[in-house]
Design a protein around this ligand. Sequence first.
Ligand SMILES: CC(C)(COP(=O)(O)OP(=O)(O)OC[C@H]1O[C@@H](n2cnc3c(N)ncnc32)[C@H](O)[C@@H]1OP(=O)(O)O)[C@@H](O)C(=O)NCCC(=O)NCCS
Length: 186
Amino acid sequence: MGLTYFKRYRMEIDLTGRRLLLPGLPPGYRLLSWDDSLLEAHAETKYHSFRSEIDANVFPCLGDWAGCHRLMNEIRGKQGFLPGATWLIVFEPCVGGSREYCGTIQGIRDYAGLGAVQNLGVTPEHRGRQLGSCLLVKALDGFQKAGIRRAFLEVTAQNDGAIRLYQRLGFTKARTVYKAVEVAYS
Ligand SMILES: CC(C)(COP(=O)(O)OP(=O)(O)OC[C@H]1O[C@@H](n2cnc3c(N)ncnc32)[C@H](O)[C@@H]1OP(=O)(O)O)[C@@H](O)C(=O)NCCC(=O)NCCS
């Protein structure tokens, strides 16, 4: 076994007086606010969003269904868990027809009173339709409604698409951090 290091950015946004513009969702998509009965749907969506992505190497639990379930339980159980900053998107092309969960985000208030964005993910078939932007705006709105003035997230430096999305919404890079991950050498 050895250690490898992933470069990541901590990105922050000042929410004081910030007007948040919610992008419209395409037809068939709907936002669902947090409810305990949706824990499994969040975990499943997290898994499908991350399993083939760089972050599944950085956080191996994201590439594993049981790991995503465990992670969702941990987030839900945190003292600072914020239901108002936690959203799911469902795709239901016709009313009463099949439904597919396709986007997830969770928010917590950290020990310093900042809003911490957890694992924004959209499943591959549904990307590029502003679902990710919409989820992030809803989470930031949830932070504002909870009286939180500043929010942050961490993103892997190689994740260019996500970084562009965060910058477009007003996040700036605050600092660089390195995440050590154990890897098996063959
Ligand atoms: C990052 C992510 C949430 C974006 O979701 P989305 O619904 O496509 O986002 P939007 O449509 O609102 O925004 C599109 C932006 O994301 C980027 N994007 C779109 N599809 C993408 C893809 N397949 N991979 C990476 N980035 C993508 C685009 O570059 C676009 O930015 P641009 O308009 O400046 O070019 C989604 O690609 C994803 O879940 N990726 C895997 C999980 C992940 O890395 N999450 C971020 C953890 S910090």
